[in-house]
Ligand binder design. Structure first.
Ligand code: C5P
Length: 417
């Protein structure tokens, strides 16, 4: 499992001799799956070339606050928003002082001021400079502002001194970075989500659909990506923007969605069927618009419907299904029908919601659900779909890990003589 998959790291490199170690650090971070964008101060460019760091990060290196071309490509504010973490390694005494003083006179300090992402520094300087009361005071101030220090280490220094101030080794910095993200509950997992309603054509003009807005599925996709998963969202026609870091595949009908899900199941850890799939479709799609027949006095038009495939049930029927979460949108006997669905469709979890209540469910921004597993029921209070999605993912991640633990134990027990 790649510990930094999907993570966006701005690596700031300032002008100390340890800057040559940034090359190795970039290699380690990218190897763990991180997307790294490097920002160098002008002094850093005296120690290592931007070209080297560009080649290793596979991204253009950012150098200048006032470079119109770079700003047009990805401006400093955009970069500040893009980052999940700003890591400065090496961080010189001067950079630490400027950060503590709230300066914004170059790209890196400006970015540190602008970002909401956590900031970590790996100090690197001569032992005397590190021990100096001003540096110590600056570091204390930064720590009070929740800026974390990685190191420094003690030992022999480039200048010949021995003492504290050496930058931690790239392996140690990469490990500490991974630790920061290990709280992400879905790191390294692959999640496949269906969302929205499906459309079933009657003729070239008309179709059957439902009231699903797709908001719950999109909120789950966004929250899963933020929790570290790599996310594919298979979406019926909806009026929603694709969440960041989510691969979206648009489909129209239930049969398209069924095909698309099965095309993308390889390696999926968690499948969440949030789509409101049409249970039926017209047996035949008329090639031309169906006309009112003036000769025929009948007030009735009959359309024969046939069953669509049950997507979620076809996933749980596989030999080695992923962890499967279904939704049960009901207008009455909500928990009863939901529990029945859990059993009948062989789901790991079912999320029940009462769509009879207009304040929640279809189209609304809020939801209130009950999560039902084989041995528990957990109500989640009314909240925005974004909040409900995050709470749901906590439960999904916990149950997924419990199930994996059981599977692994059973597998290893099976290996015993
Ligand atoms: O049976 P019902 O449609 O109420 O089940 C709802 C659950 O089953 C949802 O998770 C929905 O995404 C899924 N489903 C499906 N394929 C269908 C019908 C429902 O995947 N044809």
């Amino acid at each position: 499992m790649l510990q930094l998959s999907n993570k966006r790291i701005v690596l700031g490199v300032t002008g100390g001799i340890a800057a040559y170690k940034s090359a190795e650090l970039i290699r380690l971070l990218t190897k763990q799956g991180a997307d790294v964008r490097v920002v160098m101060t002008s002094a850093a460019c005296e120690f290592i070339t931007p070209l080297t760091l560009q080649a290793l990060s596979h991204n253009p290196v950012h150098l200048d606050l006032l470079d119109t071309r770079a700003e047009a490509a990805m401006g400093h504010i955009e970069l500040a928003r893009w980052a999940d973490l700003v890591l400065v390694a090496p961080a010189t005494a001067d950079f630490i002082a400027r950060l503590a003083g709230g300066h914004a006179d170059d790209l890196l300090t400006t970015l540190c001021l602008a970002t909401n992402a956590p900031i970590c520094l790996a100090p690197a300087m001569n032992q005397g400079m590190w021990r100096d009361a001003v540096t110590q005071q600056n570091c204390e101030e930064l720590e009070e502002r929740n800026i974390q220090l990685f190191g420094p280490d003690e030992g022999s220094q480039a200048c010949g001194d021995i003492g504290p101030g050496r930058m931690l080794e790239p392996e140690q910095i990469a490990a500490k970075t991974a630790e920061l993200f290990s709280m992400d509950i879905l790191t390294g997992l692959k999640v496949l989500i269906t969302a929205g309603g499906t459309r079933e054509d009657i003729d070239p003009v008309r179709y059957i659909c439902n009231h699903s807005s797709g908001k719950m599925g999109y909120a789950l996709a966004e929250a899963s990506a933020a929790a570290g998963a790599s996310v594919t969202l298979i979406s019926g026609p909806v009026q929603l923007a694709t969440p960041e870091r989510v691969e979206r595949i648009d489909v129209i009908s239930a049969r398209d969605m069924h095909q698309s899900v099965h095309d993308r199941l390889a390696g999926v850890d968690i499948f969440i069927g949030c789509a409101a799939v049409s249970d039926y479709r017209p047996a035949e799609v008329a090639g031309e618009k169906i006309k009112k027949d003036p000769e025929n006095g009948s007030e009735v038009l009959e359309i024969k419907l046939v069953r669509n495939p049950d997507i979620i049930a076809s996933v749980t029927a596989l030999d080695q299904p992923p962890f499967v979460v279904g939704f049960a949108a009901e207008t009455h006997n909500v928990l009863g029908y939901a529990t029945d669905k859990l059993r009948r469709k062989k789901l790991d979890l079912v999320v029940a919601n009462d769509i009879g209540d207009r304040e929640i469910g279809f189209g609304s921004d809020c939801n209130e659900v009950t999560v039902i597993g084989k041995e528990f029921e957990e109500p989640l209070p009314r909240a925005s779909k974004t909040v409900v999605a995050r709470q749901l993912l906590q439960i999904i991640a916990r149950c997924f890990k419990d199930k994996q633990g059981v599977t692994n134990n059973t597998e290893s027990a099976g290996c015993l003589p």
